[in-house]
Design a protein around this ligand. Structure first.
Ligand code: COA
Length: 335
């Protein structure tokens, strides 16, 4: 749909932060009935990072945000808005955005958290873009940060192998129109997915009680096989759609940065576009699925590895609980 935009928005800085502690597949072999070969073959994951208990999502979120600001050469006081996509906020309220605002000294910013599960970063990015394009904000921090270990059942081999903790952040800024920046986005939800992937207790339907704790209802519930089928269809479909509707093909894409949930889901989207491995960011081997942190942290890894340069055509895509999914096409604007 055509929209009236006054300004151009682009990503000008990226940051990430991960805890030091590693949980390897060998560690998991001692905890549940699984093995390294199965995990690597079925998911592509070799290890994930875990915080020490008591560390909130704001901790690594603030560190990632600081790095993104430094990359962009912008001070915290120049930020207008902070959006924090997360399913593992420090507290149910207030928003983790408030905690990070205070921590980094973004004294002129307002902010809020956004719940889009593994698509949270894509959804937040579209919000940041809209604020900048409409002229309501010049600089927006989008900080995907998760402590997935706080909602993971380490007795359930179906899900505990998947998740990790960490954070990634980007600064979305008003840029000169000739630098192009964010070109297009597609965002979708379909509540048909609710029953396959959710956390049963801790919300208003089933508040925390001795019983919910005893029955282990405060962790991720997932019917993995069903989620997998929807995820392959959703990620591959939306990625192809955004490229094609902008008159491009896989050959025009310089870097594809998908949400890191499962290597096989990523490969399905990669094949749909006919992309060589050199154009696909993979970080799932070292970080696992970090939900809303996976795309922004993968962008930072891409910068550090010299795989992202100003002017590159970049495609992001994600799929997550809800179901939620989406994609974003941009001309890379960070220097
Ligand atoms: N180690 C060894 N075996 C395991 C295992 C583990 N950690 N976890 C499951 N298995 C077993 C299952 O019990 C099953 O055994 P059975 O056939 O005797 O019942 C067998 O392996 C196959 O299970 P299945 O669920 O079909 O495996 P899969 O190939 O679908 O892989 C997931 C499981 C979870 C890795 C995969 O479904 C997945 O990635 N789903 C999407 C997850 C996701 O992306 N979630 C976040 C949303 S973005």
């Amino acid at each position: 749909m055509a929209s009236r935009m006054l300004h151009t928005a682009g990503i000008t800085g990226v940051g990430m932060s991960f805890p030091e502690r590693r949980l390897t597949n060998a560690d998991l072999e001692k905890m549940v009935d699984t093995d390294d070969a199965w995990i690597v073959e079925r998911t592509g994951i070799r290890e994930r990072r875990l915080v020490e208990p008591g560390t909130g999502a704001s901790h690594h979120g603030a560190l990632a945000a600081r790095q993104a600001l430094e990359h962009a050469g912008v001070t915290a006081a120049e930020v207008d808005l902070i959006i924090v996509p997360t399913v593992t906020p420090d507290m149910v309220f207030p928003a983790t955005a408030c905690i990070i605002q205070h921590e980094i000294g973004a004294v002129n910013a307002w902010g809020f958290d956004l719940e889009g599960a593994c698509s949270g970063f894509i959804f937040a990015l579209q919000n940041a873009r809209a604020q900048v394009e409409a002229g309501h904000a010049k600089r927006v921090l989008v900080i995907g940060t998760e402590i997935m270990s706080s909602i993971t059942d380490y007795g359930d081999r179906n899900s505990c192998i998947l998740f990790g903790d960490g954070a990634g952040a980007v600064l979305v800024e008003r840029i000169e129109p000739e630098r192009v920046g964010i070109i297009d986005a597609i965002n979708r939800v379909d509540g048909v997915g609710i029953r396959f992937l959710h956390q049963k207790a801790g919300g208003s339907v089933m508040p925390a009680s001795a019983e919910t704790v005893a029955n282990n209802l405060h962790t991720v519930y997932q019917e993995g096989r069903d989620v997998y089928k929807f995820a392959v269809k959703g990620m591959a479909g939306v990625t192809a759609e955004i490229v094609e509707r902008n008159g491009m093909t896989g050959a025009d894409v310089d870097l594809f940065v998908p949400h890191q949930a499962n290597i096989r889901i990523i490969e399905a989207a990669q094949q749909r576009l006919g992309l060589p491995d050199s154009k696909v960011m993979i970080t799932i081997d070292r970080f696992g699925n970090t939900t809303s942190a996976s795309i922004p942290s993968a962008l930072r890894v891409a910068c550090d590895e010299g795989r992202l340069r100003e002017g590159h055509n970049v495609v992001l895509c994600a799929f997550g609980a809800g179901f939620t999914w989406g994609a974003c096409l941009m001309r890379w604007a960070a220097r």
